[in-house]
Design a binder for this molecule. Structure first.
Ligand SMILES: Cc1ncc(COP(=O)(O)O)c(C=O)c1O
Ligand SMILES: C[C@@H](O)[C@H](N)C(=O)O
Length: 368
């Protein structure tokens, strides 16, 4: 019987704090479609200010925030967006920019550090002379932090250089900033500086900041007006949305300061994993709240089996590939949880290896 749960599947798993629940219960609300929900208005104004952009709109999810942002930038048919081949928009959003928006993706391989090579970006930009046969490049998307590269941070200098390239060719720049506050804290760069070159940013309040739901798109007033209209088309406009914005506002006020500790716990986790035989963990590459560790082929430990055994002791993890597992730390994971999970992982490895040895023995016995 599981008496303790340590949920390391994602930073989307946090439960709203008591302060968030109180804010939700007491939120001053109104119909945000017929008019303006006062709590949503205040939160959106605060987010625009914090991110250094003209305007903001609260959106039900990060996936919808990215979809809306890409579709507003690429509102002309035959548009193409340049993005990383391991980006969330390309991998985890059901191809929505194409299936719903008719936007063509031009992927470039993500570097291990989360960037996409700037020379490859420039080479991928379509040339006007080829417009009869090819889509028209209108947008470049970056992701900061870059989740599938291990939560790696894109520097302000890199983003600025992509911004210069975008302007050179008359393109727009969107940042999937689901974890932009993690990047800001890890780099020690104010978040508005980090996204200065971007025309739009999607920011998740429901990840490391711990809100129960929601994202925000920030950008110019004109962009946000178009984004809000498209959100209505997609069915994303909500009535008394202040209930959710109240929790998101608490998350913004209370939890940015906790992110550094998440990063420290992730680093501690990575150091602990690197002590475990049969695992390969690049602890040096852990910059924020994510740790990916590879299970060496020699061990022949299937990630699914490891996750299965760990679930029995209340430690929840997700395989990242056929040979690796992802750990995501958040503010509701304690130091003690980290130690407990590491102990459970070590014990699970020993259990699986013992199982394999026993199977080998019994197969050998049958064979003789
Ligand atoms: C980098 C990144 N972008 C966007 C999203 C989408 O956010 P949501 O789950 O709220 O749709 C996620 C994960 O959830 C993510 O990790
Ligand atoms: C898996 C992905 O969709 C989610 N954003 C996560 O990082 O957990």
């Amino acid at each position: 019987m599981v008496t303790r749960t340590v949920d390391l599947r994602s930073d989307t798993v946090t439960k709203p704090s008591d302060m968030m629940r109180a804010a939700m219960a007491n939120a001053d609300v109104d119909d945000d479609v017929l008019g303006s929900d006062p709590t949503a208005f205040r939160f959106q104004s605060e987010m625009a200010k914090v991110m250094g952009k003209e305007a903001a709109v609260f959106v039900p999810s990060g996936t919808m925030a990215n979809l809306i942002s890409v579709l507003v930038h690429c509102e002309v048919r035959g548009s193409e967006v340049i993005l990383g081949d391991d980006s969330h928009i390309h991998v985890y959003e059901n191809g929505g920019i194409s299936t719903i928006g008719g936007v063509h993706p031009k992927t470039i391989k993500n570097n291990p550090d989360g960037t996409i090579d700037i020379n490859q970006i420039e080479a991928a930009i379509r040339k006007p002379k080829d417009e009869l046969c090819f889509p028209t490049t209108r947008l470049i998307c970056l992701e900061n932090t870059q989740a599938n590269c291990g939560g790696r941070c894109l520097s302000a200098e890199y983003i600025d250089s992509v911004g210069v390239l975008a302007k050179k060719y008359g393109l727009k720049l969107h940042i999937d900033g689901a974890r932009i506050f993690n990047a800001s804290v890890a780099l020690g760069v104010p978040v508005d500086r980090l996204v200065q070159a971007a025309d739009s940013v999607s920011v998740c309040l429901s990840k490391g900041l711990g809100a129960p739901a929601g994202s925000v798109i920030v950008g110019s007033k004109d962009f946000i007006t178009k984004a809000r209209r498209l959100m209505k088309t997609l069915g994303g406009c909500m009535r008394q949305v202040g209930v959710l914005c109240a929790a998101a506002h608490v998350a913004l006020r209370e939890n940015v300061s906790k992110l550094q500790d998440d990063h420290r716990k992730a680093k501690f986790f990575a150091d602990g994993l690197s002590q475990i035989e049969h695992f390969s963990t690049d602890s040096a590459s852990v910059e924020t709240n994510m740790v990916f560790f590879k299970i060496l082929d020699t061990s022949r430990i299937p990630p699914e089996r490891l996750c299965e055994i760990l679930e029995e002791c209340g430690v929840l993890l997700l395989p990242a590939s056929s040979t690796s597992i992802r750990i995501v730390v958040h503010y509701q994971i304690s130091e003690s949880d980290v130690h407990y999970a590491l102990t459970c992982i070590k014990n699970a490895v020993h259990q699986i290896l013992a199982e394999k040895h026993q199977n080998k023995e019994s197969n050998g016995a049958i064979a003789t």
